[in-house]
Design a protein around this ligand. Structure first.
Ligand SMILES: Nc1nc2c(c(=O)[nH]1)N[C@H]1C(S)=C(S)[C@@H](COP(=O)(O)O)O[C@H]1N2
Ligand SMILES: [Mo]
Length: 193
């Protein structure tokens, strides 16, 4: 039976298939930092640039998130459980300039993704440090990754090391290679052109 969301949309975006596994999707070889050498830099057009180490991140308010995720390769995973820090919490700390409408997520291994700041606000995105009640494993982006459930999962940078706020929309790793700039699964924005 088809499940529906509260707003009447079917639960699954078009042409997605539910998986119960958790596939690992990594371009190239991940370069991961252990918790001791990890840090997260929030910079660009912000009032108060900030670099947090592991202790700094985990000292912030932690929240639980249960969300559906949708990969452009057509798998979706429902009710994934995460714990971490809402991007809104970080935004409140750094104070982006009014013209800084975009955020570039920066990860170890030169992976980047581009996002609209508006899509990260109000607990719509978070920095996850736990998955399903356990510390986030390295293959899924541990010690910390971005999760933006409203967009295809390539936007959710694993091994996250920075959020760069800007008036400019710098294309990310996959976006430069032809993935859609925005990536709305409900509109099937998979690839450009
Ligand atoms: N740093 C980094 N983040 C990344 C990727 C990557 O290759 N490197 N792959 C992206 C893609 S295409 C997807 S579908 C998801 C996969 O996350 P998972 O391996 O936890 O399923 O991570 C995204 N984040
Ligand atoms: Mo993906």
């Amino acid at each position: 039976m088809t499940e529906y969301l509260k707003d009447g949309r079917p639960r699954l975006p078009p042409n997605q298939v539910v998986t119960r596994k958790f596939p690992v999707m990594t371009a190239g070889t991940p370069v991961t930092a252990g918790k001791d050498s990890w840090s997260l830099t929030l910079d660009g057009e912000v009032a108060r640039p900030l670099t947090l180490d592991w202790q700094g991140l985990t000292a912030l308010a932690q929240q639980e998130f249960t969300v559906d995720i949708h990969c452009v390769t057509r798998w979706s995973k429902l009710d994934t459980r995460w714990r971490g820090v809402s991007v809104q919490t970080l935004v409140n700390l750094v104070g982006p300039a009014p013209e800084a409408a975009y955020v570039q997520a920066r990860a170890d291994g030169n992976y980047t993704s581009n996002l609209r700041l508006a899509d990260l606000l109000g607990d719509k995105a978070f920095i996850a440090t736990e998955y399903d009640g356990k510390p986030l494993t390295e293959d899924h982006g541990g010690p910390a990754r971005l999760v933006v459930p409203g967009l295809y999962f390539w936007k959710s940078a694993k091994w996250l090391r920075g959020l760069h706020f800007s008036q400019f929309d710098y294309k990310g790793y996959w976006e430069k290679l032809g993935y859609h700039n925005y990536g709305d699964p409900w509109k099937e924005q998979r690839y450009r052109g």
